[in-house]
Design a protein around this ligand. Sequence first.
Ligand SMILES: [Zn+2]
Length: 373
Amino acid sequence: MEMFAVVCSSSINFEPKIPNIQRNLDFWKDQENPANILILDIDSISRLHAHLSLPTTLSLLKAMNYLEFKGYHSTGAFTLKNCLPVLLREALAQQTEHQSQHEQHDCPLIRKFFHDQNFVTTFLEDGEGSCNWGGQGGFTAPPTDYYFQPMVKALRAMRLASFSPRTTWWTRELYTNCMSSESVPEFLLRYTRQFTEKFFNAPFFSFTWLAYPFHENVFTLASIDDPLKEFFQYLQENTYLLDNTVIIFISDHGDRTSFFQSASIEGFIERSLPPLFVRIPPKFRQALPMIHINAMKNTKQLVTPYDFHHTLLHALNVFTSPEESVFDSFSPSLSDRSSIFEEISRDRDCESVNIPLNNCVILTVYTNEIIMY
Ligand SMILES: [Zn+2]
């Protein structure tokens, strides 16, 4: 059984996989919780675009001491080339090979490590072409305890089928990106918020990926500034969450299709430099001061999605079991990737950290061959 419905008066609530989740809650009942992990990813924005279109959100993040990683660099112009290193630590070629050998739900996605350590997990994403495994076709089985994408996908399909040939494009845009009275991004932010409220004492691993309409239209990002600020403000005001949650705000790559077309030098720079903001709660900064000191130093270093994946593993290790490693042979720093909680070498270049040279903005000679996709 995947879900069951609880009907109370005129309200219906759907609860998934209660036995698994209850087992996790029971596990942590008499123990101190490790840090929750909360990741919010918006597709197709560069760091510069975030600063220009999300000014109120970013000023709040600055006031809340989020670390901004100015050297965060994408590993490709497309979503999968960036999200698979985060989810699976593998590049596209490797994961294609992996996919041919394994069922999707058997893959060692990052959430699995948290699930195995009794975290309650969720992976929220909208439309059909976001960061989901299997050529972006979606998972064949729910990858996390809570997985909402089939509902959004079905709603979009239903709405698209209801349009007549005479329906204007702006009506299609408006209704395919809406859940009843709010937009899909606003709905998913609210869903994420409710998930954190529900499992504040779990701990939890929450990954929310918003792709639409930002992926299709670079000009729409400013419309999410206020809802996004309210989302982070909610976390700020609820100290029981803030004090125990590592919060990450990130994108995969910058725009390449609308204003910043791929054939422009602006597009080349834009798509290579997405934002990465991280907040480590004060109690973990005090308990593990080097983690924050190293992270601060790394805000000026070259950092990649592989480092992000490695950081999540490191976070699971140090925040869950500081005395004893969760993984037998985990090393926070490897030759081509490192946790951002370790001091990252200044000698890195694109080649040494798996950034394709046609996507590299470091010491790059600008040619059409490099920028054309
Ligand atoms: Zn993308």
